[in-house]
Write a protein that binds this ligand. Sequence first.
Ligand SMILES: Nc1nc2c(ncn2[C@@H]2O[C@H](COP(=O)(O)O[C@H]3[C@@H](O)[C@H](n4cnc5c(=O)[nH]c(N)nc54)O[C@@H]3COP(=O)(O)O)[C@@H](O)[C@H]2O)c(=O)[nH]1
Length: 695
Amino acid sequence: MMAVGYNAWLVLLSIALAVLDAYVAFSVVGRIAHSRGPAALLWTAFGALAMGSGVWAMHFIGMLALQVAIPLGYDARDTALSGVPVMLATGATLWLLARHTNHARIVLAGSLLGLGIAAMHYMGVRAMEMRPQIGWHAGWQAASLLLAVAGSTAAIGLHRLILCGARRHRWWRRIGSALLLGGTAAGVHYLGMAAVRFPPGAVSLAAEHGLRGLGLALAVSLVSGLLLLLTLGVSLAYRQLQRRTEAMARELGQARDALTWLAYHDELTALPNRANVLDLLGRLLPTAASERFEVAVMFVDLDGFKSINDTLGHEVGDEFLRSVADALRASVRTRDTVARFGGDEFVVVLERFRSEANLVAICRKILALVSRPVQVAGHNVMATPSIGVAMFPRDGSDAASLLRHADLAMYSAKEQGKAGYCFYQPRMSATARDRLVLSAELREALQRGELQVYYQPKVELASRRIVGLEALVRWSHPTRGLLLPKSFVPLAEGSGLAGRLGEVVLQRVVAQLAQWRARGVPLVPVAVNVSLQEIQDGHFVDGLLRTLRDSGLEHGLIEFEITESAAMRNAEHTLRQLRQLEALGFRMAIDDFGTGFSSLSHLRQLPTQSIKIDQSFVQGAAHNPADRDITEAIIALARKLRLSTVAEGIETEAQAAWLREAGCEIGQGFLFVPPLPPERVPALLLAESLQAATL
Ligand SMILES: Nc1nc2c(ncn2[C@@H]2O[C@H](COP(=O)(O)O[C@H]3[C@@H](O)[C@H](n4cnc5c(=O)[nH]c(N)nc54)O[C@@H]3COP(=O)(O)O)[C@@H](O)[C@H]2O)c(=O)[nH]1
């Protein structure tokens, strides 16, 4: 038997190539696993080519490292063909590993790869074309086959363990599995070569025409190494790209989820919003119709929330709305829906309730829980709810009509004194239509001059002398008769006509005063009610001065009454406007005092000469100690601020006497004179006092 030796450098080179090859192969498995469709197929083919050719190059360099006493060569065709089984086996292995793996798949992949490597080796040895044929040592042959299968399986198993295990030390373990697989491929080759027995006198026919030489070994190593490095580079770059794409997809997904949430929820309270409720009712009502159960929609609106917002600020308002949301949730079952439609409007949807009495109980619970005072940023805040209820199928067959009717019922609850609930009744729709008609008619009435101004005297309580008049608008409606402000002033404010209405009243008052003066009637200041909309209009002061310009009237003859809640709203801007009016010599009074949320520091800054005590306190004082206490407190406060007090709505002598004793100087009410048309006022102004006047 011929002696056999190896070129140690080429052996080392072949082992290094095998390890690099294995490392690249595992990297490519990751790319296939994370790709789909054609990309996965392309990576499999690319990986099979790179890894198969790497193993093949390792084997070929190993063959070239072989040194025997005779010249050796390798048939080019057989050598090239020996790469085919390993490439096929590699392709199959990569594909198997990239998909779902279990123990059986790992053993199958390891066996396929091992057999592919072994097949390549034994085909490659044949390429030497030895004559006589070489002999084989069965033991070494069996050992090489066993190593091929066991080593490949172990390396693949180790790699799977890495993927499933913790991230720590992954890199080292990946190198370990590459060393194991690379070592296996090299081991199969060198164990296989140990099995080869060159008969004495044997020759290699391929030495004449085949591949041979150190230069060739280096060239193959270089090409194969470059191919593997290129594959590794592309694989890493591709992984980076995939990670970025995945991160972007994740971010996009999160952004889409956030947008979807926002589209269906109210950001402030995290409650469902209008779109959500419409969606819910759209699904619920058909089921309710087919399964014959009832659905109730409750419209909940807070009374006086605006003044909380305006006087205490939006942060306090927001916090208070969140507490209202909690109170509403606590009032109903978890399966009922509580939603916020915006502002201070909430909606509750209840399904499968037991009876109408059950709904009444829920309304009462809402009233009790929502009306509780809440501590927000050091303030004791409270607002009562007004609730409107509409039921399916009785009050509406679809979401839109149910919500509209619940809303109308809520308005009705407000009209009935607020802090209550109302169930929808068909006549409410008629009332709403009526409001619309009246609103349209008001626009024409302003042009046609149907508005009139009545005057109610303000009287000095001690002497019953008339010290002022209040101008109160009336609408002489062609078919409905004389309408009071409560039936059309809110309509004017809701339809943007408040400014025009104020202008008309002011023109009438100025013309009236000028006419009385011309007739020699002694004049007293006339108070004109102004709404917040008018005050906030940037042209209010200009319009006022224009109206007064040719009248020759002193500005001190006009007093503006602004309600307490309006004075506190948008406080800064309102304050600027009022100061401008004061600087021009106009007088100012705070109307309906005691009904809003005044900030005392703000009140101190208001350029006002008097405070009007709301008539509810004046009339309640006789039987309600709290009203009496509030009235006395307002009078004391006005004294401290050096303001005069005017008590509204005095109807009895007892009220007048008590108010006078309490320190109130001026009064107004039916006891003295009701609001009168202008033609009846001169007689009063010409008399010394009311006692002397004949009404
Ligand atoms: N923006 C404008 N608002 C106006 C204008 N004119 C009136 N108003 C606002 O309407 C409110 C109601 O006015 P009215 O129905 O005319 O009622 C006044 C009196 O009739 C009533 N009053 C007077 N004395 C008594 C009484 O003894 N008992 C009793 N039950 N009611 C009485 O009070 C109203 C006057 O109150 P006040 O203005 O608070 O002094 C009216 O309050 C205005 O807000 C307008 O031109 N523009």
